[in-house]
Design a protein. Sequence first.
Length: 153
Amino acid sequence: MTTPQNAPATPSTPDAAAPTRLPQGKMPELRVMPAPSDANVYGDVFGGWIMAQVDVAGSLPATRRANGRVATIAVNSFLFKQPVFVGDLLSFYAEIVKVGKTSITVCVEVYAERNRLQADVVKVTEAQLTYVATGPDRKPRQLPPLDSLITHE
Ligand SMILES: CC(C)(COP(=O)(O)OP(=O)(O)OC[C@H]1O[C@@H](n2cnc3c(N)ncnc32)[C@H](O)[C@@H]1OP(=O)(O)O)[C@@H](O)C(=O)NCCC(=O)NCCS
């Protein structure tokens, strides 16, 4: 089991070393700090808890694009690249990478500020999920045209 105390030294590969800052010019969809109840007795946060937060974060841009309800149809990929510990401040960045007739595919990246310190930032998780716009009958609904959406930018 890995704990903050006995975690291995960060490998010197470029992927593990970068980034050392949160993504610049982007707003996280969610910022959450896992509590002791989200972790095992060693302080490692459960993967299922992270997956739930990723699903919520990814659903937010999908819901805006669909202008209404969406359902998660697929988790296309999920990589837990680094462990997450109780007390890490997690930021979830979500970006639409593909849009179909009824579906929206979103990439979610999760960064941890270890011990709540912005100076120690680690990319911990990356996932891609697909959502489907649904109607009140819970069946797939065609996405509205982009120019019909109200934006606040
Ligand atoms: C979401 C749901 C309404 C879609 O209905 P469906 O009849 O299965 O959907 P379709 O086969 O018509 O596919 C709808 C879209 O999803 C896409 N899709 C289907 N299977 C997919 C997969 N495995 N991966 C990625 N996209 C997929 C299709 O390509 C289609 O996209 P497009 O319209 O942009 O071309 C239905 O599957 C459902 O209710 N699933 C349960 C959702 C849920 O409860 N999620 C929470 C997890 S427990």
